[in-house]
Design a protein around this ligand. Structure first.
Ligand SMILES: [Ca+2]
Length: 582
């Protein structure tokens, strides 16, 4: 049993937006809430959500509120009569009781790849760093102004593990897809676990879209999938609970972002040609734009059929290849940054335009108030701005995608209703404060139980879920039922960092290296206090042996709890190398 940790809780209202010059109004700020500031446990609140979300009367009222602006009273009465008299309209009624969900997932976007500041100063106020002034993401600013953003949100350090965690609600240490999935060969690495889950998601696996599909949702996949290898069921999102798939396949990097290059079809990157987009071939439609047009069209279809929808808007951007988006290239010409970093910034800005276009479209359709958006990245930054273990591409955080430092696994996370209206019944059930920063830890696998909870959708009891519901945090409140831990297990090579496991508990983070190397400073262990040393410059593994021992006990217990698979002995190729206590 893990000792419950103190909660370092920072919540503030930020109305400064991208400018960083307007006043910041702090409403609440808990620091080191180990004693006097401890809040009551939030169980009662969670129960209340479950109960109120079952209240069909209030939820159906939401639909009426929404339609009122568009329909005459007479039309409304006709619809009401039809609802009462015709059994066939049951699905229409059911649709009215469910909020729409958008997961807006950006590939390889770290927490610093944006003009929206996520990191906070000692008082819990958002703090801008130079990278915030390099990137341009006005629509993230717009979304954050009407919702909450998290500054301690974790993803796995590479693509497929995070994507399968969102689909399953499980930590990658449990679902065993611990590496990015090479579409064509098992890439466990020389000493990776022989039984790691290279095949990814299977046809009968419990997935978030499949459960939502069963609850009456139109489930829409647009963009990058990367759930399984080319010749297996997991390569096709339609096998995994999605009704619609535009662009999703086995690979992670697009053949090309350019329609002039047919998104890779017929080029040397033909095997990574993005499918289903032939109508754009030969045009000037950048991939990010094509996917946005397609997503909006599929949302329109769902709304026309009176179905609630789950849109998994999964951009290939901002993953390599760093193809410059010509729409935004001029904005970075004078930045003084290298060409490929400028191209990376155009991918960021194009993704941000997509976010704005989706928000605008939801509003035009009249469904924005009923639509909840979760915006996030799938692993730490891959910006081409310096060494993988330096304070560079995610500065001031250390490291990048694939690395064992915070820059490899901290991602942006924003949750907001697409249009706020405090009178909307769905929003009454889940009131998300505007412009607030949530400082408690959360992670990608939390989306699964959260979305199921908000949509009142059950998950099979036999399916183990590691994620925890986020509703209390989304309301801008502290949640002391969470244990403030995060486990990130990468038992593979080669990548930016090889064969490691990270374990964060409260302010402390330990990294276990199965095979000591230069990257691990020649030791099995690295230890950091992220409260005092958020940028991981002071390794305390030798000077704090008691803390190291305690943290390694927690790491080992967490690995066992998750039924994790271990790297194997490099000589015999079979003996699992379990982490050793110091
Ligand atoms: Ca990724």
């Amino acid at each position: 049993m893990l000792r419950r940790n103190r909660v370092r809780q920072q919540i503030s209202i930020d109305i400064s937006g991208a400018t960083g010059v307007s006043p910041v109004q702090r409403v609440k700020h808990w620091r080191h809430a180990s004693g006097t500031h401890r809040q009551r446990k939030g169980k009662a609140e969670t129960v209340q959500i479950g109960r109120t979300m079952n209240n069909q009367t209030s939820c159906s009222q939401a639909n009426l509120d929404q339609r009122e602006s568009k329909l005459t009273m007479k039309q409304t009465l006709v619809i009401l009569t039809a609802l009462l008299l015709a059994p066939l309209t049951t699905s229409l009624y059911a649709a009215a009781t469910k909020p729409n969900i958008v997961v807006f997932l950006v590939d390889d976007m770290g927490v610093m790849d944006t003009s929206l500041p996520f990191l906070t100063d000692e008082d819990g106020k958002p703090k801008r760093y130079p990278l915030n002034d390099f990137y341009r993401t006005p629509n993230m600013v717009r979304l954050a102004k009407q919702g909450i953003r998290f500054n301690n949100f974790y993803a796995m350090s590479v693509c497929s593990p995070t994507r399968i965690s969102i689909m399953s609600g499980q930590n990658a240490a449990r679902h065993h897809a611990t590496n990015w999935i090479n579409p064509d060969r098992n890439n466990r690495g020389p000493a990776g676990p022989p039984k790691w889950n290279w095949k990814g998601l299977k046809k009968n696996d419990v997935t978030l879209p499949r459960l939502l599909q069963g609850a009456g949702y139109r489930t829409i996949h647009v963009g990058k999938a990367h759930f399984g290898p080319r010749k297996f069921a997991g390569s096709e999102p339609l096998n995994l609970g999605f009704d619609v798939n535009v662009g999703g396949a086995s690979f992670g990097a697009p053949g090309s972002y350019y329609a002039e290059q047919n998104y890779g079809l017929g080029t040397k990157r033909n095997r990574s040609a993005v499918p289903h987009l032939k109508k754009y071939h030969g045009t000037e439609t950048f991939l990010t734009e094509a996917l946005t047009i397609e997503a909006n069209a599929r949302v329109s279809d769902a709304v026309k059929s009176d179905k609630p929808f789950y849109l998994y808007m999964s951009h290939y951007a901002v993953h390599a290849p760093f193809h410059s988006d010509p729409r935004f290239a001029a904005n970075y010409v004078d930045s003084g940054k290298p060409k490929n970093a400028q191209a990376f910034a155009t991918l960021i800005e194009g993704m941000d335009k997509s976010l704005g276009d989706v928000l605008d479209h939801l509003e035009a359709l009249g469904v924005a108030e009923n639509t909840l958006i979760f915006f996030l990245g799938d692993n730490g930054s891959d910006a081409p701005l310096g060494h993988q273990h330096a304070v560079a591409c995610a500065a001031p955080l250390r490291g990048k995608k694939g690395a064992h430092y915070e820059g490899g696994m901290r991602v942006p996370f924003i949750a907001a209703w697409a249009k706020t209206n405090s009178k909307n019944a769905h929003q009454k059930q889940l009131q998300i404060p505007a412009g607030v920063i949530q400082g408690q830890q959360a992670a990608v696998h939390d989306l699964f139980p959260t979305i199921l909870g908000i949509t009142n959708t059950a998950s099979p009891a036999s399916h183990t879920v590691d994620g925890l519901r986020l509703e209390t945090l989304l309301r801008g409140k502290p949640d002391e039922t969470r244990d403030e831990t995060f486990l990130m297990h990468y038992p593979h090579a080669p990548h930016r960092s090889d064969y490691f496991t990270c374990y964060r508990r409260g302010d402390w983070k330990v990294i276990y290296h199965y095979y000591p190397s230069k990257a691990s400073e020649g030791s099995n262990y690295q230890l950091y206090n992220l409260a005092e040393d958020p940028f991981e410059s002071n390794n305390l593994a030798e000077s704090k042996p008691d803390r190291l021992h305690l943290m390694m006990q927690g790491l080992i217990a967490s690995m066992e709890k998750h039924d994790a698979l271990y790297p194997v002995d490099k000589k015999d190729g079979t003996t699992p190398q379990r982490p050793k206590l110091p």
